[in-house]
Design a protein around this ligand. Structure first.
Ligand code: TMP
Length: 203
């Protein structure tokens, strides 16, 4: 049986990464499913990780940025995601295409039609079975980021950029309620785990 594909999303500082290993560990306890692969975007392959360094630290035209995100994704799907799902393994990815719609589309203003064309090409119908959107107000996100390591190109963006990014994530979640679960990430880690446990147990 083909595995399931789960993605974690949210603006920088939403705290999603804290929960990925925990969800993976919960799933690994289950006897009825295959192995659980955790991965991330941009990245997830040697080429993708090289592209990540460029994407997070070099200035570039916004269309170049979107194209490189999808180039890294093409490699990731071919090398990691599809082979794992075909083996019956489950894949958990820290970000996927919703991030491109939210950041390059919502944040930077690239036309959605452009992104949809790339999505059709690169994914050929592949979509996550479940997307967990960690949602927080901007104040919470920036407080969590403050004091962390030096900000990358995206983390250094303006408040208005993250307002647009968050709004686009929420818009997409409202449009695809069957795939998305929006998590109020202002809650404590323990409260969020209770919610995640319920969601994951229904998969
Ligand atoms: P991370 O810090 O959650 O690993 O994500 C890396 C950054 O890349 C984050 O600021 C969001 C950004 N990003 C995009 O702008 N578009 C995308 O398609 C992806 C996957 C990430």
């Amino acid at each position: 049986m083909r595995g399931k594909f789960i993605t974690f999303e949210g603006i920088d500082g939403a705290g999603k990464s804290t929960h990925i290993d925990w969800v993976a560990a919960r799933l690994r306890e289950r006897k009825d499913i295959g192995a659980v692969v955790t991965t991330r975007e941009p990245g997830g392959t040697p080429l993708g990780e090289d592209l990540r360094q460029i994407l997070l630290h070099r200035k570039m035209h916004l269309e170049t940025e979107a194209l490189l995100m999808f180039a890294a994704r093409r490699e990731h799907i071919a090398e990691v995601i599809e082979p794992a799902l075909d083996r019956g393994d489950w894949v958990i990815s820290d970000r996927f295409t919703d991030a491109t719609f939210a950041y390059q589309g919502g944040g930077r203003g690239l036309a959605t039609a452009r992104l949809e064309a790339l999505e059709d090409w690169v994914q050929a119908g592949l979509q996550p079975d479940l997307t967990l959107l960690f949602d927080v107000p901007l104040e919470t996100a920036s407080a969590r980021l403050a004091g962390a390591r030096a900000p990358d190109k995206f983390e250094a963006e303006s408040r208005a950029f993250f307002e647009r990014t968050r709004a686009e994530y929420l818009r997409r979640a409202a449009q695809a309620p069957g795939r998305f679960r929006v998590i109020d990430a202002t809650q404590s880690i323990e409260q969020i785990r209770v919610e995640l446990e319920k969601i994951v147990s229904m998969l």
